[in-house]
Ligand binder design. Structure first.
Ligand code: IMP
Length: 534
């Protein structure tokens, strides 16, 4: 991050100290109060004094050093600070002071604040209300230097009239000059499923987690993301994958739908500290009635019956009624809902942090792009994930689309359809082709949310082409490479994969237009072949 030296100027009560404080808190900048420097200067002579004596001391120092004294003090502080520490000077009063600082440091921004005299006077009066013997505003601006402060406007980089502005407004206007909230700062990568869910997104998110500062989950508890953990696995339903084991901040985006009881259980199971998790206050909450409402849907289309769709429908239909509860209305979630996702994300990106969005389900299950009615209750593609997380498309650096070697669909428990699967086959066929024991496959291939045995099909090239069109992947993560041949499970490098698997990967790259940069060969450690150049 650039080391900024921000010089504030402006008349008394123009809002300088409030701005300095916000910059200090939000961007960890260090405030240099010229008032403090003047007090120290007086103290070194055994003197003390109020505002008027400080003004006089400032004038004396300006005269003696030709305005260099602030730059000199700043130089001492900079030498003893971290490489990227930025400083705010609160405040400069004459042009020479600014010039001296500009001569001594690069990346100096001079922000001049102003407001009409009536506003300044009224703010000042409010401030001194409880002080006895404080001089009037007219008195404090009598000092010739103070009277001239308005001329600093001519040399400033930005001038902000703080009248009719909140302190947040002033903060945003000031930081825009430093591009602190620019879209060029930080980046966002997105993981999406390219088929019908259960593509192994959890494993990929967990594998990549240490490369990010924040992981944002979207969707709802109808998804189950399985992550290898030691000898076994752990299934996440609402928290981002790897929440238990990685030092990342976790965010549940405002478009998410949660089951609060199960979420609290998951938080406890994952031992997630309050400081590590932000739940957007607008996250929708599922009720027992929502789960009940979906019972019919379980029979009709093989829904997971988690209540996500029913809650989503209520979120829209019950806006005038009192029945809708959002995360902000649930007492147990209070510790996690104090900040909005947008505040956490915009601040993180302003600090050049790296964000990963963990999409759920798969493109083929999209409410809009899947084969209705065998779809889920949200748009599962990248655009939908961004919307639920609250991130603009132009922020996105990479889109990693996860695809299985054999796509699956969750079975309908009542024997009815759970949707089209191009060229449906069965686990016996895969067992024979891969030489993985059937029992092992059947144990593994149960829905992580429903426990139902999954249906399976041949790799669907048309679906790959459509998913690629809808998501524009920069990368493909291919999972279950061991299902092509169990020999792949022993491959730690790309060249160790079976020649037919390499051919298959080349074809995926041709059809999708994106490189296959991650290849999962099983669910254990060292089971991801990483070909990324990023
Ligand atoms: P619902 O979203 O629970 O109503 O389910 C609608 C359809 O999407 C059903 O066929 C589910 O099995 C499927 N589905 C929903 N979420 C997932 C998932 O995370 N993985 C796989 N299938 C899912």
């Amino acid at each position: 991050m650039t080391r900024w030296i921000i010089i504030l100027s402006g008349p008394i009560s123009s809002g300088k100290s409030t701005l300095a404080e916000l910059l200090a808190v939000r961007f960890n900048m260090k405030v240099v109060k010229t008032k403090q420097l003047l007090m120290s200067s007086l103290a070194s002579k055994g003197e003390t004094g109020g505002r008027i004596s400080l003004q006089d001391e400032g004038d004396k120092l300006d005269k003696r050093t030709k305005g260099m004294w602030i730059a000199d003090e700043l130089a001492k502080l900079v030498v003893n600070s971290g490489r990227d520490d930025s400083f705010i000077i609160d405040s400069a009063r004459i042009a020479e002071q600014v010039k001296a600082i500009r001569n001594a440091f690069p990346s100096v921004i001079h922000v001049h604040l102003k407001a009409p005299l009536t506003t300044l006077t009224s703010r000042y009066n409010k401030r001194i209300k409880n002080e006895t013997g404080a001089p009037s505003y007219d008195k404090v601006r009598e000092n010739p230097t103070e009277l001239n402060v308005g001329t600093m406007e001519e040399i400033a980089d930005i001038v902000i009239d703080t009248d009719r502005c909140t302190s947040e407004d002033v903060f945003i206007r000031a930081t825009s000059r430093m591009s602190l909230f620019s879209s060029r700062r930080g980046y966002v990568d997105v993981i999406v499923g390219g088929q019908y869910g259960s593509e192994g997104k959890g494993q990929i998110v967990d594998y990549l987690a240490d490369d990010y500062d924040i992981i944002v989950r979207v969707g709802g508890p109808n998804a189950g993301h399985t992550v290898p953990e030691g000898e076994g696995t752990f299934v996440y339903h609402m928290l981002p994958s790897g929440a238990r084991t990685h030092q990342v901040h976790l965010v549940l985006g405002p478009g998410m739908v949660v089951n609060p009881i199960k979420l609290m259980e998951e938080i406890a199971k994952c031992n997630v500290d309050v400081s590590k998790l932000t739940i957007d206050p607008n996250v929708m909450v599922i009720t027992a009635k929502d789960v009940e409402t979906e019972e019919k849907l379980v029979r009709d289309i093989g829904s997971t019956g988690s209540g996500v769709g029913a809650a989503t429908a209520r979120r829209i239909m019950d806006r005038r009624l009192q029945g809708v509860k959002l995360a902000r209305d649930i007492d147990e979630l209070d510790p996690y809902t104090s900040r909005k996702a947008i505040d956490v994300l915009s601040e993180a990106l302003a600090h050049n942090k790296r964000v990963l969005i963990e999409g759920t389900q798969g493109t083929g299950l999209s409410l809009y792009h899947g084969e209705y009615p065998h779809v889920t209750s949200r748009d599962t593609i990248v655009a939908g994930c961004l919307s639920e997380a609250g991130i603009a498309p132009m922020r996105v650096r990479r889109v990693i689309m996860v695809c299985r070697t054999y796509p699956i669909r969750v079975k309908n428990p009542e024997g009815g359809s759970s949707g089209r699967l191009s060229q449906e086959i069965n686990w016996q066929i895969i067992s024979k082709r891969s030489e993985i024991p059937l029992k092992e496959l059947e144990e593994h291939e149960r829905g992580s949310t429903t426990g139902r045995l999954r249906r399976v099909g041949e790799f669907d090239w048309k679906l790959l082409q459509e998913s690629s069109f809808l998501n524009g992947p920069t990368d493909i993560a291919l999972t279950f490479a061991d299902y092509l041949s169990n020999k792949n499970a022993k491959a730690f490098r790309f060249d160790q994969l079976e020649p037919s698997t390499i051919q298959f990967i080349e074809e995926i790259e041709r059809v999708s237009g994106a490189p296959v940069t991650l290849i999962a060969t099983g669910l254990g450690e060292r089971h991801v072949i990483d070909r990324r150049s990023w």
